[in-house]
Design a binder for this molecule. Structure first.
Ligand SMILES: Nc1ncnc2c1ncn2[C@@H]1O[C@H](COP(=O)(O)OP(=O)(O)OP(=O)(O)O)[C@@H](O)[C@H]1O
Ligand SMILES: [Mg+2]
Ligand SMILES: [Zn+2]
Length: 534
């Protein structure tokens, strides 16, 4: 079996560690000066080099190279023994599976024996936050008076769970996420060395996707390349279940322009092509976080390609800060919401509609029939068009006076949301009706297409028709039943349907059409469209 890439590429020398220069430099200096501390705490996100660095330190303090500044040499007997996992004085303990106080006591007994091979006995305690309180106390005793030949390296992803008493005994190093540029360069090097066939776009996606966790990035790459053949953006996307970043930008565009229909359509297209809804929500959050940083004048902190930063600056100029925060919160909720099997996209759609409300784009329909045409944007004051938006300067943020956040409306109620979902997904409803197992599925679908949701009264959805002729056809119990099934498929709710004639759904006749003629009847009463006029 071939070795996993991330193991093969585990750094064996200080130089090979990326993105943690601040830590590596301090440790190298300590080794060179032979002034290594007796207890370290390495904290930071997963897969950023904590265990790797701990092993390097263990190697360095036991390396046989005569010049301390050259340790670890990665060539002496001890270095090689560490590399091969058979160095007796390197003891790795996984606190996740050795949490008890007895485990720590056993460790304390053994610790007094002198090292058998090297200069130091090095204890690496991984996931140290998993220890029980009693075990922590036992450990603390050891940390208070470590034998001179012992070095402890505690590693954790959750520093807030480490007692202050332990923290105060350790020299602390905080590992950071690997910055985008460094990660990209590292992966590029790996792709070349391993002779993998990965397009730059696919590599960029892997980099973005791994959010600073190098192990994830390497594993992803490994997984993608193992299929053989070239790894393109499309294959990467389908394996990762991620949307093209353009889809994210399109959704944000739709939000800022108050285009409910278009936004939901972008979302569904992304999902149809294999994106995972939670992943998509996460991508939106990531993007909006960038927009927020740009708005605060911290564009330099946004770790994305320059072109995307320009795009973010344009969006930053288009929205107010309070609304932006609210929107990020909404999508963040969708990103962490439990998966619901029957409607996995729902949290994402809800977040979108909530966000739409926050941006004040399209006010959500209320109890009364919406008079406005669906999908029409309400141009809001003080908005800067993308073309005018400049990259914000430090002093000049925000680029516009913050717009007021829309007041919480009834539309935010479950009822309002449900109604809005129905309105904005009307086209889908029309399609769902076609799938209902009934001889009248097709006419019902057509009738839904000519109707319009007016309001939701309790569990009754009122659909308006431009004429009594259509209303009557739809009012057939068999037809209603099909419509109700389609609604159930769309929303998961058992709703009833009622039909009314409504003037607001009456179509305007195109100019030049005789109001008494056949064409007028077709357009006004039967929901027809004029396609061409000669
Ligand atoms: N800073 C880094 N430089 C080079 N490679 C790294 C770095 N961080 C992680 N890697 C790669 O990821 C793999 C895993 O890293 P490591 O075990 O050190 O992570 P960790 O921080 O201990 O993660 P965890 O918190 O999950 O234990 C390494 O074998 C290496 O291939
Ligand atoms: Mg680790
Ligand atoms: Zn050595």
């Amino acid at each position: 079996m071939t070795q996993a890439l991330y193991l093969k590429w585990r750094p064996r020398r200080w130089e090979e560690v990326v993105g943690q220069q601040h830590i590596i430099q301090t440790l190298r200096n300590a080794v060179a000066a032979e002034r290594v501390a007796h207890a370290y705490l390495f904290a930071g996100p997963r897969g950023t080099g904590k265990t790797t660095t701990a092993r390097l330190l263990a190697k360095a303090v036991n390396c046989l190279h005569e010049d301390p500044a050259q340790r670890p040499c990665d060539a002496c007997e001890h270095c090689i023994a560490v590399n091969e996992g058979r160095f007796l004085d390197l003891i790795e303990i996984d606190a996740a599976s050795n949490t008890s106080v007895d485990d720590v006591r056993a460790l304390r007994e053994k610790i007094n024996f002198a090292p058998s091979q090297g200069r130091y006995k090095v204890y690496i305690i991984d996931e140290v936050h998993m220890l029980s309180t009693a075990a922590f106390n036992a450990l603390l005793k050891t940390l208070e008076e470590p034998p001179p030949h012992a070095i402890f390296i505690l590693a954790t992803t959750e520093i807030h769970k480490i007692p202050a008493t332990v923290l105060s005994r350790c020299q602390r190093h905080e590992f950071r996420r690997i910055p985008h540029q460094e990660m990209a360069a590292y992966l590029e090097k790996m792709v070349q060395a391993e002779d993998l066939h990965v397009t730059p776009e696919a590599l960029a996606l892997v980099t973005r996707q791994s959010t600073g966790c190098l192990r994830d990035a390497i594993s992803l790459l490994d997984q993608l390349a193992s299929t053989g053949g070239e790894v393109t953006l499309e294959t990467a996307q389908s394996v990762l279940g991620t949307a093209d970043n353009q889809a994210v930008v399109d959704v944000v565009d739709a939000l800022l322009n108050g285009e409910a229909g278009a936004g939901l359509e972008h979302i569904h297209r992304a999902l149809d092509s294999g994106s995972d809804p939670r992943q998509f929500a996460r991508q939106v959050v990531e993007y909006l976080r960038g927009v927020l940083l740009v708005q605060w004048g911290n564009a330099a902190q946004v770790d994305v390609p320059a072109q995307q930063r320009v795009q973010m600056a344009q969006h930053a100029a288009q929205c107010s800060r309070p609304a932006l925060l609210q929107v990020i919160r909404a999508f963040n909720g969708a990103a962490s919401e439990m998966r619901t099997a029957w409607q996995p996209a729902l949290p994402l759609e809800m977040a979108f509609l909530e966000a739409l409300n926050a941006f004040g784009g399209e006010s959500l329909p209320q109890e009364s029939p919406p008079a406005r045409k669906e999908g029409s944007a309400r141009p809001s004051e003080g908005r800067v068009t993308p073309g005018e938006a400049a990259l914000p300067q430090k002093e000049a943020a925000p680029a516009q006076p913050p717009r007021e956040t829309a007041p919480p409306s009834e539309a935010a109620s479950p009822q309002g949301r449900l109604f809005h979902q129905i309105v904005s997904q009307w086209k889908r409803l029309v399609k769902l009706a076609l799938e209902v197992d009934s001889p009248v599925a097709s006419p019902v679908s057509g009738l839904l297409n000519s109707g319009k949701a007016l309001k939701l009264k309790g569990d009754v959805l009122v659909i308006g028709y431009p004429s009594d002729l259509l209303r009557e056809r739809m009012a057939d119990p068999e037809y209603l039943h099909v419509a109700e099934k389609a609604l159930w498929a769309l929303t998961g709710e058992k709703l009833r349907v009622e039909c009314v004639v409504s003037a607001s759904t009456r179509k305007q006749l195109p100019p030049g059409v005789n109001s008494d003629g056949m064409v007028a009847t077709a357009v006004r009463d039967l929901g027809g469209e004029v396609v061409d006029m000669q």
